[in-house]
Write a protein that binds this ligand. Structure first.
Ligand code: AMP
Length: 627
């Protein structure tokens, strides 16, 4: 009788069977889902044959929400219940959202923990719930098209997304019933779509100009891992601004006053956008603009006119490009490939400017709207196990160092920036005071040496440490970052095994450009930080010496020291105390070494005393026998 085959738990499919996986580009304005079919990665259309799904959800009381084009039609008549641009709110606190000055037409209210909720007729909804509704629509589309349930998905996020924003994205996926195989940086996905991960090592620029935002990322492929060297951008610059310039030009040409235009500005912007898009393939077109009088104005609009209007805006994108190169410490000649992403990179003028800036022709073969979703689909296919010949698995890296606060407000970096993830690193710490039975752990993110200059991620405590002298306990702190960049921290006292842990899910996110800013500051302040670190370390050492000496003097100073010795040591202790919190590092060092010199003899006597006490009532032989 042949042996019965048993499949692995949770893997009902036979090993050779293709598992359905998809890549999702969850965008601010539009979203897409793509999958590898017959070896080709392609985006999936809806029943009407449309690939782009507007990232808009319309809510009604007691009804399922509408998503996409159907929802978009409600934007004007029912703005409070038609939610767009929710990506800007993901993982952000209400205070952060208000600070960014993002103008949103719907009602934002504070919910638990200062997170924003959106008030709609269907109740108060979190940005995660709204994103989940978009993801559900994409999931449905994929399952209808592919004819089965999805095993898992790869969702792309901007490279600058921090832990909170990534976690919020994962939560949305979970709520939508999707298994996230990995979150992938958008520029990395674009690079993968062009197969740059299969090429030799090199530095690549991903230029992403959409409707409302501009992002530039510099990636380095090193030993099969894409490292984000720098990111920069402008969260309020894109094709929409060009449309606005064209609309203003039309109003001028047609003699439309600003007041008169207000009522049909949307129509003017739509005409402007259509004109701009036509001029990507034509040299000139005739504009046909309605006037308030009921008549129409017609006029010629050429590619030269467009260039005049668009150039200042295109030029504006080169400022972050320069900044990104500078932050990465490279020049344009070091770039080996340029990838274009975003609808506005279809403009020939944008391509021209990018080419002359980087000194090389950009990759343009893949539809710039679809390139991110396609890269994500390729990754999803590999992660789902559809490539038995074990294609290289793409990894990501930590964008900023992760560490722990130590005495003196200093940061001990445990996982340095740019460490390939997933990763786990551990380090041992000890207690500062005699008899200390608890330890407060403060997890921070950033490149600077002082806690105040880093971002606080979480605090937790390890309790139940057995009382010991300072420095005797061994507490192992382990940092683990999973494949999506999410951090878990565990602390364990090695002798007793007491442990405590936390998964970092911070409630507030960083601003878009905060990571870049933090990196810049770390470079600028490197020398200051080094000096401050040295000072803080001396201050902490002074504190430790003062504490240890005080408790020793209290315990046996009067027994083991002659009066004169006691007075001298006390004077040195006073001197140390007077400089311990100052900024003169040499004075602290000098005072510590004076205390050290004066207490050497005392320390030796204490040791003798302790041994004698331990041996009382025993013979030497009893101890040597055990050796
Ligand atoms: P995205 O945010 O990536 O979807 O990009 C949308 C922007 O791309 C809008 O400003 C569009 O007007 C612009 N866009 C789309 N197609 C074209 C085209 N053929 N020529 C110029 N701009 C385009």
């Amino acid at each position: 009788m042949p042996l019965l085959q048993i499949s692995e738990p949770n893997q009902s499919a036979a090993p050779h069977q293709h598992r359905l996986a998809a890549g999702i580009d969850l965008g601010t304005t539009n979203s897409l889902i793509a999958s590898v079919r017959s070896g080709i990665a392609e985006t999936l259309p809806d029943a009407r044959g449309v690939h782009l799904l507007p990232s808009i959800v319309h809510y009604q009381a007691n009804q399922l929400p509408e998503v996409g084009v159907d929802a978009k039609t409600f934007a004007v008549q029912d703005p409070l219940n038609t939610i767009a641009s929710v990506k800007r709110l993901m993982g952000r606190g209400l205070a952060d959202v208000k600070m960014t000055g993002t103008q949103l037409p719907y009602d934002l209210v504070a919910s638990a923990g200062g997170m924003p909720s959106i008030r709609t007729v269907a109740g108060e909804l979190s940005p995660v719930q709204v994103s989940a509704d978009i993801l559900k629509a994409l999931k449905q589309r994929a399952e209808d098209t592919l004819g089965g349930e999805l095993t898992g998905v790869v969702i792309t996020v901007p490279a600058y997304f921090d832990d909170a924003q990534r976690q919020a994205t994962k939560d949305a996926a979970k709520l939508a019933g999707l298994q996230v195989l990995r979150l992938l940086n958008e520029p990395t996905a674009a690079a993968v779509a062009y197969g740059l991960d299969k090429q030799a090592e090199g530095i690549h620029a991903i230029y992403d100009l959409g409707g409302g935002t501009f992002d530039i990322s510099i990636l380095r492929l090193h030993r099969g891992v894409f490292e984000v060297m720098s990111t920069a951008g402008d969260s309020a610059l894109g094709g929409d601004d060009i449309d606005r310039e064209i609309a203003l030009w039309m109003m001028q040409q047609a003699g439309i006053a600003e007041d008169a235009a207000r009522s049909h500005i949307r129509e003017l912007l739509d005409i402007a956008r259509a004109a701009k898009e036509s001029l990507s393939t034509q040299h000139s077109i005739t504009l046909d603009v309605p006037l308030a009088t009921g008549t129409r104005w017609q006029g010629e609009f050429t590619h030269e006119d467009l260039i005049k209007l668009a150039d200042p805006l295109i030029q504006k994108t080169l400022v972050p490009c320069r900044r990104a190169l500078r932050d990465a410490g490279i020049s344009a000649e070091d770039i080996s490939a340029v990838v274009l992403v975003g609808g506005s990179t279809r403009m020939p003028r944008v391509r021209e400017k990018v080419e002359s800036f980087f000194g090389r022709k950009p990759h343009v073969d893949i539809d710039p709207d679809k390139v991110v979703a396609i890269g994500a689909a390729i990754q999803a296919d590999i992660l789902a196990g559809n490539k038995p010949d074990n294609e290289m698995l793409l990894l990501d890296v930590t964008p900023l160092a992760l560490g722990i606060e130590t005495m003196g407000g200093l940061v001990e970096k445990i996982i340095p920036r740019n460490t390939p993830i997933p990763t786990a690193r551990a380090q041992e710490f000890t207690t500062f005071k005699d008899g200390q039975t608890a330890m407060a752990l403060h997890v921070v993110q950033g490149e600077r040496d002082l806690v105040v200059d880093c971002r606080s991620l979480a605090r937790f405590e390890l309790r139940g440490i057995p009382p010991m002298v300072a420095g005797a306990a061994r507490i192992r702190v382990t940092f683990q970052v999973d494949a999506d960049g999410l951090l878990s921290v565990a602390a364990r006292e090695e002798m007793t095994g007491v442990s405590s842990e936390i998964t970092v899910k911070p409630s507030y996110g960083l601003q878009d450009n905060e990571i870049t800013r933090m990196l810049q500051e770390s470079i600028v302040n490197a020398e200051i930080d080094l000096k401050l670190r040295a000072l803080r370390e001396q201050q902490v050492e002074a504190d430790r010496v003062v504490n240890a000496l005080r408790s020793a003097l209290q315990a046996d100073g009067h027994v083991l020291l002659k009066r004169e010795e006691f007075v001298n040591i006390a004077a040195a202790l006073d001197e140390l105390l007077s400089v311990a919190n100052g900024t003169d590092i040499q004075a602290i060092k000098h005072a510590i070494s004076k205390v050290d010199d004066l207490t050497k003899e005392y320390a030796a006597r204490r040791m003798d005393h302790a041994i004698r006490q331990a041996m009382q009532g025993h013979t030497i032989n009893e101890f040597t026998e055990k050796l």
